[in-house]
Design a protein around this ligand. Structure first.
Ligand code: ZN
Length: 143
């Protein structure tokens, strides 16, 4: 285990743009407010989605599209830096009209119908991602 202490900074409340790509909007928001590290929570609806599941043996993401309108019942994630730029790591739980739920790692291609997002800024040491040999994932370096 590795850990580091942070304190809470600003809280940003945002309404994301209809028709925009969810991950692009989150990164744009982080840039606009100069947030380097943070926690994300949100809800709303997507016009369509693209989720991913990490294959721990093959060490790669398997992506799958969901080509229908879905309720965004839970968005959780974080902001840190990767290759010197803001990066959002987002997981979603999405619900279909009959109540079935899908979940996974948000990939590019999640299109916003409406989304209310709350960003909690975290102030502390630089939180930067780097390739981790064991998992094959870009994990936080130095923790
Ligand atoms: Zn993930």
């Amino acid at each position: 285990m590795g850990s580091s202490e942070f304190t809470r900074g600003r809280t940003i409340v945002a309404r994301l743009k209809h028709g925009a790509d969810l991950l692009d909007e989150i990164v744009t928001l982080a840039r606009h407010h100069g947030i380097e590290s943070g926690a994300l929570q949100g809800l709303g609806a997507l016009q369509r989605a693209r989720l991913a599941f990490y294959d721990q043996t093959g060490k790669s993401y398997d992506e799958f599209p969901l080509a229908e309108p879905l309720e965004l019942t839970a968005l959780s994630g974080n902001l840190s830096r990767r290759d010197g730029a803001p990066a959002a790591h987002v997981h979603l739980t999405l619900a279909a009209p009959d109540g079935r739920a899908f979940g996974g790692h948000a990939a590019p291609g999640c299109i916003v119908f409406a989304c209310e997002l709350i960003v909690t800024e975290l102030l502390g040491p630089p939180l930067e991602r780097a390739y981790d040999e064991v998992t094959g994932l870009p994990l936080w370096r130095g923790l």
